[in-house]
Design a binder for this molecule. Sequence first.
Ligand code: FAD
Ligand code: NAI
Length: 506
Amino acid sequence: RVLRWAWRLGYLSAIAGIGYIGYGVYQDRHPEDQIQPDPSKKTLVILGTGWGSVSLLKRLDTENYNVIVISPRNYFLFTPLLPSCTNGTIEHRSIMEPVRTILRQKKASVKFYEAEASSIDPDRKVVRIFDNSEIRGDITETEVPYDMLVIGVGAENATFGIPGVREHSCFLKEIGDAQKIRKRIMDCVETAAFKDQSPEEISRLLHMVVVGGGPTGVEFAGELQDFFEEDIKKLVPDISDRFRVTLIEALPNVLPMFSKQLIEYTESTFKEEKINIHTKTVVKKVTDKTVEAEVTRPDGTKESIVFPYGLLVWATGNAVRPVVKDLMGRIPAQADSRRGLAVNEYLVVQGTRDIWAVGDCAVAGYAPTAQVAGQEGTFLARLFNNMAKTEALEAKIGELSSSLNLQPGNSAAISREIEGYERQLRRIKDAKPFQYSHQGSLAYIGSEKAVADVTWFNGNVAAAGSLTFLFWRSAYLSMCFSTRNRLLVINDWLKSKAFGRDLSRE
Ligand code: FAD
Ligand code: NAI
């Protein structure tokens, strides 16, 4: 009997699941007609199509403003699965969502310009933009005026001015970076397999060096070792004993934001996976074939060390984008801010009016993560929706107050109505400042293992291993932007498991 009920329950859940997916697909394909821009409304300009800006767009009632989105990237990128694109576990388009599809779902139409903001003039309230794509028209540069501006341009890769980094290494921030790395891994392998290649050169070419032991560096090192163990080794066995992954970190340990036991677990798993970790090692210079670093020994002495490499991936965190630096230079209140735009508790850029900032380009006292950026975007959407409601309520109250004089007979009813609106207004105006709610940190560390520091009933639960890997997969699958993304990612996981990853170099 229990089995029969379990079977029925499974059957019903399957129907509900198919219904949910079907509805998602239908909704994507047949959005309603959109309300057109209205010159009497304020113009809200949003810079960027990343975590912060897209979370804002997702929940914004676009009918309240004339919304304009400007970004050099006409898609949203689900960054947590980007390391999996470097080895082909996931195909890059599976984690991209076209911004035009997102905007088409909104009630009122939103303008999108594929362009980069080069400067912001807070006095004239204009953003200067330029088209930096390959194909350009007659106009490549122009200005966009705004009434309200949200800056969500993220951050660029930090290099700390270390010589040779920009010229010789790969970063891991954008889709193009992941594609470049995937291509280079296979180029190194095929070049190492070239006829009569010397043993030293084979060792150099197959030495993959990752600089930065934050989550980006750790996840990438794990994915790389998987690629080698599960695919390259089987298909190119003659050179496989030379393949090595080295992770270099300046601090005494990797993953500094995770708890001590998870750091130890990650380091011991890397040892088993034969990933070499060099901690307390600071990279000082990069050439086309070597990484030069300085290591601090346990007795405090320093020693120089040279790592020949075939592929170098640089993952040492974030730096401020030029457009943000330029704006900070124009605002005296930003003079002491170093890591981005200092914002107040409502995410308003300090020292400005009508400019807000979200995500990695904003300094609100939180780590630069997708989780923070997403919550900030959602907060701003609520704030802007409420601001529009406030204006509408104030207009209604103004209208009713003037009719109070004109219709003295109705004064009691009108006063009651006004009181009702005033109560609503007070509730809206009581909007609480932004407060981040940390759900936890997750990272993949290779060999189908993950580490997780999860917030649970105001406490912290640390977990690691294969079950955590399943949790990691299901958490990120549920966080994917759309039903389409989820189906594509599941398909990629199944495909790479069944047939192996694709070793073609393209
Ligand atoms: P982004 O998402 O970087 O978006 C910035 C947007 O601005 C982009 O659309 C960009 O094209 C656009 N832009 C850039 N310059 C301009 C300009 N001049 N004018 C207009 N637009 C511009 N965080 C987590 O919480 N969990 C994770 O698992 C996780 N994994 C990650 C894995 C990797 C490989 C990386 C690199 C990061 C990961 N992060 C993760 C961090 C997370 O991706 C960032 O914190 C998050 O993307 C920040 O969101 P954002 O909106 O500020 O910026
Ligand atoms: P990071 O800032 O977290 O780590 C960079 C590391 O590079 C630091 O540990 C630093 O000590 C090291 N470093 C800097 N200069 C160096 C040098 N010259 N030589 C050697 N090591 C050097 O950067 P990361 O990993 O790119 O992450 C950026 C942000 O994105 C973080 O806030 C992170 O939490 C978030 N993120 C989160 C992920 C997750 O939750 N799974 C995955 C990826 C990123």
